[in-house]
Write a protein that binds this ligand. Structure first.
Ligand code: SF4
Length: 127
């Protein structure tokens, strides 16, 4: 490909004419203003994306069915029989305090009952 500099342009950041294809190739430069604008737009989208992620995690996760195979394999129940061991005080529980249901790291995409329990229970350590 035979490329020559456009005769009217003197700087190093100049367009190039491809003689074989008669196409002017202009180097793309990003202005500081465009960069700042893009950063502001991206910075504004991050919290919005977080809202969607949180709504999926808390609001849209269907409850874990104790009859599902993975739940049965870990003996999951929606009401713990142990007074001091339940999902709400398990290290795997990701729900907010006071919520009846919340996500669990062991059962991704599902909500477990805060009052529930399974054999994966491990006491949540104080923060
Ligand atoms: S690991 Fe078991 S006990 Fe712990 S939160 Fe998940 S379902 Fe509940």
């Amino acid at each position: 490909m035979n490329k020559t500099r456009h005769p009217n342009v003197r700087t190093g950041n100049d367009p190039v004419i491809d003689e074989a294809n008669k196409v002017i190739i202009t180097p793309k430069t990003i202005s500081r203003r465009a960069l700042v604008k893009a950063a502001l737009v991206a910075g504004g989208l991050v919290p919005i994306a977080g809202l969607f992620r949180q709504s999926v995690a808390y609001g849209d996760s269907p409850p874990l069915d104790p009859g599902e195979q993975t739940a049965r394999s870990l003996n999951y129940v929606t009401k713990s029989t142990k007074a001091d061991a339940y999902c709400g005080n398990c290290s795997q529980y990701q729900g907010k305090a006071g919520d009846a249901m919340g996500p669990c790291a062991i059962f991704p995409g599902k909500s477990v009952a805060a009052a529930g329990w399974c054999s994966g229970w491990a006491k949540k350590l104080p923060a």
